[in-house]
Ligand binder design. Sequence first.
Ligand SMILES: [Zn+2]
Length: 392
Amino acid sequence: MRQLQIRLILRWAGILFFVGFAFVGAGCSTGTILASHEPMHPNDRPVTLKAVTTGNVDRIEFRVQRFALEFDGLTWAETALTPVLYIWACDPPGSVKSLTCSHELAFSGDGQIVEFHARAVYPGGGHADEVYRFASGDFPIEGMPVPVRMKRRPENGIDIVFVPHTNLVPADDPDALTFRTHLDDIVDGTLFEYEVIRNNRALYNFWYSPIAVDFDAEDCNSLDDPLGIELESIADISMYVHYESKRNCALGAKLTTELWYDKSVIHELGHALAGLRDEYSVSTSTYGPRNHMPNTFGSKAECEQEAPLLGLSPARCQLSTPVFNFWRIDPTGADGCMMGPSQHLSWSDFGPACTRRFNWRYSQCLQGDCIASPDDTDGGAEMPKEENEPRL
Ligand SMILES: [Zn+2]
């Protein structure tokens, strides 16, 4: 059964993405466009398509194509329900310095996939495009995560699956409508607020589990997969989302986080996806000093050797005490670093050492290894094996 399920999922994924993206941008562009939609799984409700671009821009165009999915218990089939439809344009007089466009659209019918294509057109005819797919209507695969923003085939993308805690899915809301309205808060409102993710969003796929699970946010060993093998087959990162204020954890490819707190979402993703270490030294951290970690160093000499490779002065190397003695180089204090003492400051972000590690993760994905694998040894000297311990 396990093999059959995996085969079905892969077959489905292949069919789904075989159709490909007919409107990948061509020609010279003079800017970028960020497209989004909400609610991310509209089900039978209207969906608002959105896009924003900056630069000297003429207009934004929206196109969609709808596909039907059929499942007879053995095979998936995908049929185009519509041709590519030009549905909307935001076209102010002349050209403008920035443009935001939105349009509400209603879909009906279950088991559909919508391909959304947003295009910014610049003076002279250059354009920038963003294309992705999302599920519409009841998604027909029981136990499968629901795709809400798909850029790539799952095996070629970093697949993040959101798993809601039961405290986000009250008994009178068995279809998780409330949770679904928050998915864009996590993706667009949190993850895409950070450049290291937003600028590489073409590598990410996002899904959610339609089944909630009661988990202990402080104990990553307690995280059960509500979907069984299907979630494991898809997820590179399983992000267990809750609505309490807790000390969160990351263990391997699983993490817990508050829905409403970006600093938890981003910090724990730094652990789970990029294998980053905490840059603070407190007794409640499970981190000990490590040599040659992506963002911490075992000695001053090692840190100073890395500094020029990160474009930083060796003078920035700083000893972290008192519980663990290790060296770090990413900005501290007012500059902020997401993995260190400034995590909870509003402006905290990843420093150069952390960003370098994300970029390494992305380059691995582009070479075919998109699995969040902080414990593997593929990084060579940059990333030795570390034990699979909970990361707080
Ligand atoms: Zn941490």
